[in-house]
Design a protein around this ligand. Structure first.
Ligand code: APR
Length: 230
């Protein structure tokens, strides 16, 4: 596959939104907002307790509405005036879009969207509205967040693979690379691409990636300056 030197792929995770006050998934206590991820981000957890899960995401949605994109989101968006940019994000928040990015693939779904338990194709834009028990589609199916839970199929993975394989520059930012298949994408970057990864505490950054340790809100703007000045 030929490499496109003018194309940048950004693969982001929760760490890019950490500087906007949104908690990451695997903090010290291993809990997400004091819940086990399996209890609130799995079909089993939803089946066991619709209300707990709907309330959990209603809280996340309100928190995201209050949050603001940070310098990392803005810097990533500013790349678009110099390069063809595709953002592949594991995040369910809309901070990349609100920071100005116009080409964002959400591989784990989106907090601003809902779907019916009867039909995982029809997706409704709900913005920051709550989803409550009894909110149903016209077939009477309970609405749920359009978010990829553990064990469910990720979105857009083939498209993501195509994009990362011919990008001239790859920035992996704010992800522990714990969750597959998305984490596997990093290996498909073009061998000659410039590959950079930013995180706080990666034990083993992927081979052939330049590791920039530090907060994304600080590290990403200076990397973007470097790339634009090249
Ligand atoms: N700046 C840069 N990186 C940061 C910052 C920060 N301010 N804060 C944390 N990080 C890094 C951490 O070093 C860690 O590597 O962000 C990463 C966060 O990792 P996770 O919490 O595992 O988040 P993520 O990789 O996005 O999780 C992937 O797991 O729970 C599922 O579906 C959920 O999309 C999520 C997926």
């Amino acid at each position: 596959m030929a490499m496109n030197p003018n194309k940048i792929v950004v693969l982001s995770g929760a760490g890019v939104s950490a500087d906007s006050g949104i908690n990451t998934f695997r903090a010290a206590d291993g809990l997400w907002e004091s819940h086990r991820v399996e209890d609130v981000a799995s079909p089993e957890g939803f089946a066991a307790n619709h209300e707990l899960v709907l309330r959990f995401y209603n809280e996340r949605r309100r928190q995201i509405q209050q949050a603001k994109p940070n310098a990392a989101h803005m810097a990533i968006a500013s790349l678009e005036s110099h390069f063809e940019v595709v953002v592949i994000t594991q995040n369910i928040d809309d901070l990349h879009e609100r920071g100005g990015s116009s080409n964002v693939l959400h591989v784990h779904g989106e907090i601003t969207k809902a779907r019916s338990v009867y039909d995982d194709v029809t997706v409704f834009n709900i913005g920051y509205e709550d989803i409550n028990l009894g909110d149903t589609c016209e077939l009477g199916g309970q609405l749920r967040p359009h978010i990829v839970w553990f064990g469910e199929a990720v979105e857009h993975i083939d498209t993501a693979l195509d994009h990362i394989s011919d990008a001239g520059k790859v920035l992996v930012v704010g992800t522990s690379l714990n969750v597959f298949p998305v984490a596997g994408l990093v290996r498909y970057a073009h061998p000659n691409a410039e590959k950079v990864i930013n995180a706080l505490d990666l034990e083993a950054p992927p081979a052939n990636y330049e590791y920039l340790q530090g907060k994304a809100a600080k590290v990403v703007p200076s990397l973007v300056q470097r790339w634009i000045a090249q």
